[in-house]
Ligand binder design. Structure first.
Ligand SMILES: Nc1nc2c(ncn2[C@@H]2O[C@H](COP(=O)(O)OP(=O)(O)O)[C@@H](O)[C@H]2O)c(=O)[nH]1
Ligand SMILES: [Mg+2]
Length: 372
């Protein structure tokens, strides 16, 4: 190409490594990768979600003297899948790998994965714990069964034939990313499921067994909220083309909010003998706080509000939802005046209120670029 110096050695492999509080692991990982990848031209791209333990600063120091290492820092954002996708999009090699930073993924599998996608005609090589020769290592029984259930769900609902679609350790040809990139959901923890389902063509996949290692430094970020993210990913990959996953999450939280409302109304009215108006107002207030709290925790986990922003967000949420409530009653009342069918009028009111609340809060309470 004219004007561009193409005399350097061409890069073959980009390894993308998401990090969140992994300061104790990254140096060891880089040393191990340097040994394992001796015969390949490689680069490492760390994507750090503004870790609090100095991971970013440490990586920056390493990157300053190791030209194979780069670090991308995201602020006010969280999410394993979206971090991987952004790292992959910042990469330059024809073959791309994703692996964890915590030394639980066996880097000795990388050459075999590279061989599979580079020389054996596979599009994707997956480090698999659920085929012969692989294992989940020292996982608790509970974690094994949750992972098995999640695997089963993706096999049944998304028709995946992979034995270990929950794996976060894989390598692919660049074309896999390029052809799936516009369809990726980027929700939650399960980037491999997202990639495979978003690929327009069936992929030639090789699974390579490995033993999931022990985490020595730092902590797992896997918590129960990851399960919610996973259900949202499944929803997005099935009905997502019609209804946004965040709207489904928002509506599910709202449904739970109705339950909370009724419990509070019941207790304040019957047990505390409050007048109906006071009991209903208390229930509205409590369920608004409940809705805000859960949406901040689940629906907008990737851009959660904290500290002062949390209180400010709550205020805006309550204001937006009060207007949504007024729209709900207005529409329902208008329809009821026309057709007199209370069920349909009521439901239409709820739908209008829901869409209003979701739309307005997604713009004013959890805007795309939140502050840390
Ligand atoms: N950038 C980024 N990395 C994350 C996030 N959550 C987890 N990670 C990283 O993803 C990898 C896997 O996470 P981990 O907590 O070990 O999950 P587990 O192995 O399933 O217990 C590790 O390298 C984490 O540092 C996140 O929200 N953002
Ligand atoms: Mg881990």
């Amino acid at each position: 190409m004219e004007g561009i110096d193409m005399t350097g050695v061409a890069l073959q492999l980009s390894v993308v490594i998401p990090t969140f509080n992994e300061v104790g692991n990254v140096s060891v990982l880089i040393d191990r990768l340097t040994l394992t990848l001796q015969d390949i031209e490689w680069e490492l791209i760390f994507v750090d979600d503004d870790s609090r333990d100095g991971t970013y600063q440490k990586l920056q120091t390493i990157a300053a003297c190791n030209p194979r290492v780069r670090v991308l820092r995201r602020v006010g954002r969280r999410g394993l899948s979206s971090a991987c996708i952004e790292g992959l999009l910042a990469s330059a090699a024809p073959y791309l790998a994703v692996m964890d930073a915590d030394l639980q993924h066996d880097e000795n599998c990388l050459p075999a994965m590279f061989q599979a996608v580079h020389a054996e005609g596979f599009d994707l090589a997956v480090g698999s714990r659920y085929i012969e020769g692989g294992s989940t290592g020292a996982w608790s029984q509970q974690r094994v069964s949750v992972s098995k259930w999640a695997t089963l769900l993706s096999q049944k609902i998304l028709k995946l034939t992979l034995q270990d679609p929950m794996s976060g350790f894989f390598m692919m040809r660049r074309s896999v990313l390029e052809s799936a990139v516009y369809r990726l959901s980027s929700l939650g923890f399960k980037i491999l499921v997202d990639l495979v389902v978003s690929s327009p063509q069936p992929l030639r996949i090789k699974e390579i067994p490995f033993h999931f290692g022990l985490r020595v430094a730092g902590e797992s970020k896997l918590d129960t909220r990851v399960a919610w993210d996973y259900v949202m990913l499944l929803a997005d990959k099935t009905v997502g083309r019609y209804i946004p996953a965040k709207l489904i999450s928002f509506a599910s939280v709202g449904t739970m909010g109705v339950g909370v409302h009724l419990v509070i109304l019941g207790t304040t009215k019957t047990l505390l003998a409050m007048p109906f108006v006071a009991a209903q107002s208390t229930a509205v207030l409590v369920s608004m706080v409940f809705n805000f709290y859960l949406n901040n925790l689940l629906t907008y986990r990737d851009q959660q509000l904290h500290g002062r922003n949390w209180w400010w967000g709550l205020l805006k949420f309550m204001l937006a939802c009060s207007l949504g409530g007024a729209a709900n009653v207005g529409v329902a009342n208008y329809l009821y005046g026309n057709d007199g069918w209370w069920v349909l009028s009521g439901l239409m009111g709820i739908l209008v209120g829901l869409i209003w609340n979701f739309g307005v809060t997604s713009i004013f309470v959890w805007p795309q670029r939140g502050k840390p």
